[in-house]
Write a protein that binds this ligand. Structure first.
Ligand SMILES: C[S@@+](CC[C@H](N)C(=O)[O-])C[C@H]1O[C@@H](n2cnc3c(N)ncnc32)[C@H](O)[C@@H]1O
Length: 262
């Protein structure tokens, strides 16, 4: 056995304790470069804030297969004591019955899938800048027979028409991008929402995390230090959203609900 295959089998053995064997088998035998072609939008130009940092210690951030393989595990740890309570809070915050839903920065689709399960007849779309993450999201959705559309796009410059969505969700995105880009994403989301449409954001609690920056170091998050200096409620107000709710969730998270005025 050469060093490479020895390392490969050690990583596989370690991961097999933490990820379901079926999922691990699928991921480890998948031809990722072929699989991403199903989602890759060749007109996307990756910004340097996305390509030039390591996220969660992974070189190249989200543009490789290690990111989706390890993401759900890292997230389960980062959202202790209960990731499912955190995601359920998003569902509990939804007003009425949205018919068109966009999950921005959907990653491996955990929130997107929950949205589709709760609104099976609605159009549910997940948007992400990593086609690798979309491959994993699509695999998870297919396992549950859910029809979700996945789009490889920039959140701050999506290709959707104005006033398209009743509900837009953004989970755990803003602590992973420069503050100026987060504000561009919010402007784009404002454009995409229908009048009276609802925006729900769940992300790290800025005031709490200011005192716990060691957590950002532990999870190797390059933008969290900048994110925690800001105030999400101020961003929303500046763009013209009407803030309806802001609450603490779990240990270190916050949820916001806002609407686009008529
Ligand atoms: C921390 S993950 C959150 C994933 C998911 N929303 C969740 O709750 O688990 C951040 C995701 O945002 C995506 N992302 C980062 N910058 C983006 C951008 N400018 N446009 C679209 N997606 C982006 C990353 O590829 C990654 O999948």
């Amino acid at each position: 056995m050469n060093t490479n295959s020895w390392q490969h089998s050690l990583v596989k053995k370690t991961l097999s304790y933490l990820i379901s064997p079926k999922k691990l088998d699928y991921y480890s035998t998948l031809n990722w470069e072929a699989a991403i072609q199903e989602f890759r939008n060749s007109s996307v130009v990756y910004p340097s804030y996305y390509t030039e940092v390591n996220i969660h210690g992974i070189p190249g951030g989200y543009l490789n297969s290690i990111a989706p393989i390890t993401y759900d595990l890292v997230t389960a740890l980062a959202t202790l004591p209960s990731e499912s309570n955190l995601r359920k809070k998003v569902i509990d915050t939804i007003q009425g019955h949205p018919l068109s839903i966009l999950d921005v920065g959907c990653g491996t689709g955990s929130t997107t899938i929950l949205l589709k399960k709760n609104f099976p007849r609605s159009l549910v779309i997940g948007l992400d800048l990593s086609p690798y993450m979309l491959v994993a999201a699509n695999y998870k959705a297919r396992q549950q027979d859910l029809n979700i559309k996945w789009f490889h796009q920039l959140a701050e410059d999506s290709q959707f028409d104005s006033c398209t969505f009743d509900l837009i969700t953004i989970a755990m995105l803003f602590h992973e991008m420069p503050a100026i880009v987060s504000q561009s994403v919010l402007k784009e989301v404002f454009r995409l929402l229908k009048p009276q449409g609802q925006l729900i954001i769940v992300d790290g609690h800025q005031a709490k995390l200011r005192k716990m920056l060691w957590l950002a170091k532990l999870f190797r998050e390059p933008y969290t230090e900048v994110y925690v200096r800001e105030n999400l409620a101020d961003w929303l107000a500046k763009i013209g959203f009407q803030l309806q709710l802001t609450e603490n969730v779990g240990w270190i998270y916050q949820i916001f609900s806002a609407t686009k005025p008529t």
